[in-house]
Design a protein around this ligand. Structure first.
Ligand SMILES: N[C@@H]1[C@@H](O)[C@H](O)[C@@H](COP(=O)(O)O)O[C@@H]1O
Length: 241
């Protein structure tokens, strides 16, 4: 694992954006695995800036997002589809049909999971961006006795719903289920870019990166991947040696 700790969040964002700009310069049709949550927003802002400054074009890029809530339509402002359009896609030149998210509003969500898996099996990500849940989840792969390989339906843990309630008008509005890429699909990416900010996550960062590999901390499985880059701000990295 290549762990980098930055003095400021902006330095982290610049570093991450440069990684993407360099990747796309060498491979214009790169496949990007993308994430939601507050963590990637600064990186997306820098990518938009790079696009506006003509340093990068996303014309031939394909993207696959990690997850989506079940039961929200894409035009619901709490859906991850809406989030991605607002925070990134609508500001860059990526054709809409090259952006993918699981459809959490499909009539048959199980079939949707299989459809999404088939898509990502043929298009493994060159780089998969990941945030980290407070409980160590990646995507929506929650801590459990066992983890699932492919795209599947998850019951969100109360802790996760509470953590994400800040984006909704009330806790009751937070969906109880989601569709997420499985840990196996995530691990197929050539490079994984784990980004974590803030002191509230410093203990789980330490556990995930240096503790035992366990399904109780899904992010700990990243220790078995051969190409992981971890970007932390000073607060998130404060408990590391
Ligand atoms: N499904 C998402 C994850 O992909 C994300 O990494 C996590 C952390 O979010 P934040 O970056 O807002 O702390 O939240 C959600 O649960």
């Amino acid at each position: 694992m290549d762990i980098k700790i930055f003095e400021t969040s902006e330095q982290l964002d610049n570093y991450a954006a440069e990684l993407y700009v360099n990747l796309i310069a060498s491979k214009p049709n790169a496949v990007l695995g993308l994430a939601t949550g507050s963590t990637p927003i600064g990186i997306y802002d820098k990518l938009i800036e790079s696009y506006q400054n003509k340093k990068v074009s996303f014309r031939d890029v394909t993207t696959y997002n990690l997850d989506e809530y079940i039961g929200l339509t894409p035009d619901n402002d709490q859906s991850y589809a809406y989030f991605m359009n607002k925070q990134l896609f609508s500001h860059i030149d990526i054709p809409k049909e090259q952006t993918h998210l699981p459809n959490g509003n499909a009539a048959d969500v199980e079939a949707e999971c299989r459809r999404y898996d088939a898509l990502i099996a043929h298009n493994p990500a060159d780089i998969q961006l990941l945030g980290l849940g407070n409980n160590g989840h990646i995507g929506f792969n929650e801590p459990d006795d066992k983890l699932t390989f492919g795209t599947h339906i998850v019951e969100l843990q109360e802790e996760t719903r509470q953590a994400n309630a800040r984006f909704f008008s009330s806790l009751d509005d937070v969906p109880t289920r989601a569709v997420t890429m499985g840990v196996g699909s995530i691990m197929k990416a050539k490079t994984i870019l784990l980004v974590v900010r803030g002191s509230a996550k410093s203990a789980i960062v330490k556990e995930a990166l240096t503790g035992p590999i366990t399904t109780k901390v899904p992010a700990s499985l990243l220790q078995t991947h051969q190409q992981v880059i971890v970007l932390l701000d000073r607060e998130a990295g404060r408990m590391l040696g």
